[in-house]
Ligand binder design. Structure first.
Ligand code: FNR
Length: 374
């Protein structure tokens, strides 16, 4: 049974903090370096102000939205978050049951700690479910990548989300200081054991590369994906390919030119490059640069229904939440994740009603007091 004092996502965070070990908490909650981007993601949503509107017709309103040819019950999706069994023994399975029950789209991480087929099964049986997508990290071995893609296709995943902002891990010293390591029995089970990364990709700077050589450029980055690999992936699958981790308007235009199905505006929750702009601040620039021709999603610091509505107003079709999933999971498993999703959706409906939006299509930039003509 759920704790009785869960009124906000912050309440979920508090309960998760009390439940998880210090190093695991550092892994889930930390960002890169000084965590400036991590904080900026949050404060940017806070800083946007909404323009309340009164006496507009709200009867018959709803939160439905269109995405990749489907109608979703609401625009709140679950971001790919690795190693969810660190938070709860049921891990990604619990998350999938919750997502299905709440009609929320789910993106499963390449680094999931449970088999991608089992997660698909947990989700696909539910008639009211949202989209089920597979997040892909291109593996140095393209044959292995193709195998992973084929497994995802066969299991019923409906799109591939290629994460492009993490050819290497960020400098995540909060994790390093806390001494985080994957415990025995938890690993990226969908990758061959030899290819499976440690959770942080390392335990600190340069683990003993000889002077004069670069651990990174001579190692991992020899296989770093390029735009050519995006094309390769598109030609090796029948599934739509989305890019996750685009932050520059020019990259969004290039993505559009490559015919990707959608772009997720993301800075990986502040876990890769520190001191990038917040996603809320770049979303409108990317929307302008792509002029509605490319469906946009956004994540990073979304913790309130008002944040969801602001994201829609700035040009997103849908949003993803990362850490809050882990919070719900950590203290209450599937029920906790479902509660997180329900809270966000309820708050979104209130925010819509009080800004005079019966539908998300009515939520344009003019509902933002700082951007529109308040
Ligand atoms: C992530 N994220 C992530 N992204 C991805 O493409 N593949 C992955 O395996 C992971 N793993 C992962 C683990 C943990 C612990 C976190 C916190 C994040 C990034 C994630 O999908 C998303 O972009 C951010 O988490 C969104 O920000 P918020 O909602 O956590 O602030």
């Amino acid at each position: 049974t759920l704790p009785t004092d869960l009124f906000t996502l912050a309440d979920h965070e508090r309960h998760a903090l009390a439940r998880l070990d210090g190093p695991v908490w550092a892994y889930f909650s930390g960002g890169a370096a000084d965590e400036i981007t991590l904080r900026a993601n949050r404060s940017a949503w806070d800083a946007l102000t909404l323009a309340p509107r009164v006496l507009r017709p709200l009867a018959g309103g709803h939160t439905r939205c269109e995405l990749l040819g489907r109608t979703l019950a609401h625009p709140i999706m679950l971001a790919p978050v690795a190693f969810q069994r660190l938070a709860h023994p049921d891990g990604e399975l619990a998350t999938a049951y919750a997502a299905a029950a709440l009609g929320a789209g789910l993106v499963l991480s390449t680094q999931a700690s449970q088999p991608l087929e089992a997660v698909a099964q947990a989700m696909l049986g539910d008639a009211g479910r949202g989209p089920l997508w597979f997040q892909l990290y291109l593996q140095p071995d393209r044959g292995q990548t193709r195998e992973l893609v084929q497994r995802a296709e066969a299991a019923g995943y409906e799109a591939l989300v290629l994460t492009v902002d993490a050819p290497c891990s960020g400098v995540r010293e909060r994790e390093w200081r806390a001494g985080f390591r994957l415990p025995p029995g938890i690993r990226a089970v969908n990758l061959p054991a030899a290819a499976a990364p440690s959770a942080s990709g390392g335990t600190g700077p340069s683990n003993g590369a000889p002077a004069g050589s670069s651990a990174l450029f001579d190692g991992l980055l020899r296989h770093a994906p390029t735009w050519d690999d995006v094309q390769w992936l598109q030609s090796s699958t029948r599934l739509p390919v989305l890019l996750k981790g685009v932050l520059h308007p020019e990259d969004a235009r290039t993505a559009l030119a490559h015919g990707v199905a959608a772009v997720i505006v993301s800075n990986h929750g502040g876990r890769t490059l520190d001191t990038t702009p917040s996603t809320a601040s770049v979303l409108p620039r990317i929307a302008d640069a792509t002029g509605g021709a490319l469906p946009l999603l956004v994540d990073g610091g979304i913790r309130r229904g008002t944040d969801v509505l602001k994201a829609i107003a700035l040009g997103a079709r849908a949003v993803l939440v990362g850490r809050p999933i882990v919070w719900g999971l950590a203290h209450s498993g599937a029920a906790g994740v479902a509660h997180v999703l329900r809270l966000l959706r309820d708050e979104l409906e209130v925010a819509m009603a009080l800004t005079g939006c019966a539908t998300l299509a009515q939520a344009g930039r003019e509902i933002l007091a700082d951007v529109g003509n308040f």
